[in-house]
Design a protein around this ligand. Sequence first.
Ligand code: G
Ligand code: MN
Length: 386
Amino acid sequence: MEITPRLIEQAAARGEMHFDYQPKVSFLTGEVCGAEALLRWRREDGSEVSPESFVPLAEAWGVVSDLTEAMFPRFLADVSAIKTGHPKQRIAFNVSAHDLDAPRFIAMLHDAIDRGLVAVEHLELEVTEGVVVSGKHSVLGSLHRLVAEGVELAMDDYGMGFSSLDTLQRLPFSSIKLDQSFVLRVLHSAKSAVLVKLSIAMAQMLGIRTVVEGVESKAIYDSLLHSGCSAAQGFWVSRPLPLDDYLAFLSDQPRWPASPIGLFRMAQLAHFWQERLLIDMVFAALQSDDPVTDIPLEFHLDETECELGKWYLGSGREFAGDPDFDALEAPHRAMHDLCAEVFRALRTGDRQHILSELLGEISANSCRVTTCLHRLETQALIREAD
Ligand code: G
Ligand code: MN
């Protein structure tokens, strides 16, 4: 069969296309946290056309946006069926740069949200980085608005394109999905392992999460359990499933190995990094005559907004009673409060206060936070190895 643009269009219109759902598992909880909708084409005679053979053609012919628009209502209906019994699931829809550049698709999304057809907390968009989003003001504005409303935006196939850093700095991503080709090699290539782990750390510094694709074996899953990566997707967790099978799968409440160690490590890194960034900023401000007016995005002034704060006020409560856990909150809160005070002092020009008091106190509290986290990490490692 020769695939043509018309054939693709007819197939979508006739209902020959549907989505399978591939689960993602949280490394922190070991539970299914969501899934990715993957487009499937089953012809009337029952034969399957693989997405690798028709999606790139649809892209090349410029009809991919028609396909996206034709399939979006089906996706919304599926999400609605999923959320009924499983309200915490977030389901990802794959979009191409062409879709994001098409005002019609963005309008469809806003319309679906406004009409209550889908709630933003159930919705994620995965954007392939291969094709560059044009960067038109209108597109960027719409994307920022969707993200501000609570829709998540993931960069798909991270590491494969040539423009990943450029795209990363332009679009408001909430996560990156590390491409299978790196993940599949982590056990056999020291270079891939370093690239994967540093990409996770880099994402963390940007305040975004990482998902690994291509987790085909328990050994790969285990090797990334402590890496600070948020979630795993791949054949070892589950193959992509038809909607009904995915619903049954969720109802079984399957569990995978989970660990808080990645979070401890990332929190140590993030707070150390935040302290350094703050010091750099203070010194730049002291050397310049311009007053500091804006607080850079990387700084969470409210300690309950950073991942560590969210954790110890939420699922981390299970550690209550552990002296290192109990000793964490006070210096952590102090660190964030002191950070806010530095910004106030920079605005009022009170340099003396910063230099003689604030920096020293920040450093002392940062040490306390790091020590508690390091001890919690060691205890957890000993427990898990036992
Ligand atoms: O473009 P994206 O990276 O989202 O590609 C998803 C595709 O990868 C799907 O077609 C899915 O079937 C396939 N896939 C999902 N998990 C695995 C895996 O563990 N190994 C391999 N080789 N392919 C996978
Ligand atoms: Mn994807």
